[in-house]
Design a binder for this molecule. Structure first.
Ligand code: FES
Length: 102
């Protein structure tokens, strides 16, 4: 159980995607409707950077071939991507946001 502090609450506004590298992993942090999600940011189809993609209600869409991924669990919602994104647990402690890197 390795919790890593990744940023402060004010670094991430609602509706924003924050790109970051944490312990060798390429992640994105997303705030939406008061929740914070941490997912791999490299698309499982052809390595596009999803932090450059489009955020909609409950999902992020790849900028290259438009596969959408669910924020809750990283599930690929439409082709061409088939494999889910890895999702990480997030903890908010006061003003700090932590991601559990396993
Ligand atoms: S690279 Fe993301 S859908 Fe193709």
């Amino acid at each position: 159980m390795n919790w890593v502090r990744v940023c402060s609450r004010q670094d991430l506004r609602d509706g924003e995607i924050l790109s970051m590298d944490v312990e060798g992993r390429q992640l994105m942090l997303i705030a939406q409707n008061g929740k914070v999600y941490a997912l791999d940011r490299i698309c499982t189809h052809m390595d596009a950077d999803l932090s450059m993609g489009f955020l909609a209600e409950g999902q992020v869409t790849c900028p290259l071939h438009l596969s959408a991924f669910r924020l809750e669990d990283g599930m690929a919602l439409n082709p061409p991507a088939e494999r889910p994104l890895r999702r990480y647990n997030v903890k908010i402690d006061g003003n700090d946001i932590y991601v559990q890197v396993v």
